[in-house]
Design a protein around this ligand. Structure first.
Ligand code: FES
Length: 103
């Protein structure tokens, strides 16, 4: 069953940047990719450090710890040293706020 949680205002998520938020005890990293806001688990699949410490390069999240890259919207792994994807969450914008389904 869906569990939509309001995590931020759209204005808190500038284009080209990452933002770490919490949603029902789940750490989420929001990424504004050219105006579209995407949400991934804020935990690198390499050694579990927060992806929100890194940066957004185009549509890829770059982990600042060892340089792994992930698609910011699908969570697909793009480069080593990560070998697994990161969980992606559905996102909806409602009345200027960002909601994430953390079911
Ligand atoms: S913890 Fe992200 S690349 Fe190592």
């Amino acid at each position: 069953m869906a569990n939509w949680v309001k995590v931020a205002a759209v204005t808190d998520c500038p284009e080209g940047e990452l933002k770490g938020v919490g949603a029902d005890g789940v750490r989420i990293v929001l990424a504004n990719v050219e105006g579209d806001i995407c949400a991934l688990l804020d935990q690198c699949s390499h050694e579990d450090y927060p992806l929100s410490d890194g940066e957004l390069d185009g549509r890829e999240v770059v982990c600042m710890y060892h340089g792994a890259r992930f698609d910011a919207c699908s969570g697909a792994r793009k480069t080593l040293p990560a070998i697994r994807p990161v969980r992606a969450f559905p996102v909806e914008i409602r009345d200027g706020d960002v909601y994430v389904d953390v079911e």
